[in-house]
Ligand binder design. Structure first.
Ligand code: LLP
Length: 386
């Protein structure tokens, strides 16, 4: 079984907190993606928003994945990592002019467009450069993803995408834009989706929408179903690689591609979450009136998911095999929300113990902040700390 191994002796030399990425886990994950998609007209774009560590991006490029970007910064990072522009998709509800221009200058594969005003601006900027922008319409499919409401995106009430009721209007408008080429449709229903049924619902909706476009005489070369495949935060050691086989099978079996069409995916969390851990030290063990606090030198400045989404991350004491005790595991930030877990059982801890917060490779380091004037965390990989 592949699981994160920790070079604890080398950790001892390093200043905590820091991120640690096990590239063997990442490479095994990427191999599984390749295995489960080869033989089908499927193309996976790695969602850079999850993690832009240069060595992570290098592994993604080596595996031949494309990139899903949501800012000019991410488009640049993908290109700098050597991911070909022909595999870069650029999404986001609010693209600034300079970001659109960056995409146009580099002839990226496709802009995922979310509104009529955005289409107008892309057409104008492309015209000014004498170029034609390839565009996919992001359609809000109104499919529930059964996930945390902060990371649900595909319902009518969310700000994302073009509503189904607007499709007639949008397709008419697109036909009138001479510097836009409609190459596809795009969807994304949410993130950390572990019950796969919503993806099947999405397939049904995509089939209906494909029928609609066909009835309008519009041929689409690409369908992009976004990302969202969840991972197992409870048992990262037993499930280091997500359910790719079942996930891709749903689309193979339930989504009807037209001849020559390609199906695109934008996976972030499922690619990188399990390869990363936030490594921290216990500063103090403080005895409260009814419970003990393990106070770490990492806080929500390094990993905000528990504070922001009430997310669970497995916590392991890498320095102890003593009998388990219960702790509220907290950070040093001056806010009561700076708590990683309450009443958490882990091997009895003392000052100086090394702690791993697991499954932190996605939306961990990249969401770090300098609040309280803390330094942004450094990151090390298994290739460096052999
Ligand atoms: N495509 C689009 C259009 C997206 O909005 C997202 C994520 C993805 C792809 C990648 O989704 P994934 O495969 O990673 O689920 N910070 C939150 C997650 C926010 C996800 C935002 N959109 C968290 O820490 O849980």
């Amino acid at each position: 079984m592949i699981k994160a191994n920790y070079p604890v002796d080398q950790f001892a030399e390093l200043r905590t907190p820091f991120y640690y990425y096990d590239l063997e886990v990442l490479r095994a994950t990427l191999q599984e993606i390749i295995k489960q998609t080869s033989g089908d007209p499927f193309e996976v774009h790695y969602a850079l928003k999850a993690n832009v560590n240069p060595q992570v991006l290098a592994a993604v490029r080596e595996a031949g994945l494309g990139a899903d970007c949501v800012s000019g910064g991410e488009v640049q990072a993908a290109l700098d990592a050597g991911i070909p522009a022909s595999k870069v998709v650029f999404a986001g509800v609010g693209k600034a002019d300079w970001e659109i221009n960056l995409g146009l200058d580099n002839d990226i594969f496709c802009f995922n467009v979310e509104s009529i005003p955005e289409l107008e601006v892309i057409n104008e900027l492309a015209d000014a450069k004498g170029k034609t922008a390839s565009v996919a319409l992001r359609i809000n499919p109104n499919v529930s993803a059964n996930t945390h409401h902060y990371i649900t995106t595909g319902l009518n009430e969310n700000k994302f995408g073009i509503n189904l009721s607007e499709l007639d209007k949008v397709t008419t408008i697109v036909k009138g834009f001479s510097n836009i080429r409609l190459v596809g449709v795009h969807f994304h229903i949410g993130s950390q989706i572990t019950d796969l049924a919503p993806f099947q619902d999405l397939c049904v909706r995509v089939n209906e929408i494909q029928d609609y476009f066909e009835s309008q005489g519009i041929k689409l070369e690409n369908v992009n179903v976004g990302g969202g495949l969840g991972i197992n935060y409870e048992h990262p050691n037993h499930f280091p690689i997500p359910e790719f086989e079942a996930y891709f099978k749903i689309f193979r079996e339930h989504l009807t591609l037209r001849p020559g069409q390609k199906l695109h995916f934008e996976l972030g969390r499922a690619v990188v979450a399990q390869c990363g851990s936030l490594i921290s030290r216990v500063l103090y063990v403080k005895e409260g009136t009814s419970k003990n606090f393990a106070i770490l030198d990492a806080g929500f400045t390094e990993l905000i998911r528990p504070a922001l989404y009430q997310a669970y991350h497995r916590i392991e004491n890498l320095s102890s095999d003593r009998v388990e005790e219960e702790y509220d595991v907290v950070g040093p930030i001056c806010e009561s929300s700076d708590v990683f877990a309450k009443g958490y059982s882990m091997n009895a801890t003392k000052r100086g113990d090394l702690i791993a917060l697991r499954s932190a490779g996605a939306y961990g380091e990249i969401m770090a902040s300098q609040y309280n004037l803390r330094a942004l965390p450094k990151a090390y990989t298994s290739d460096e700390l052999r």
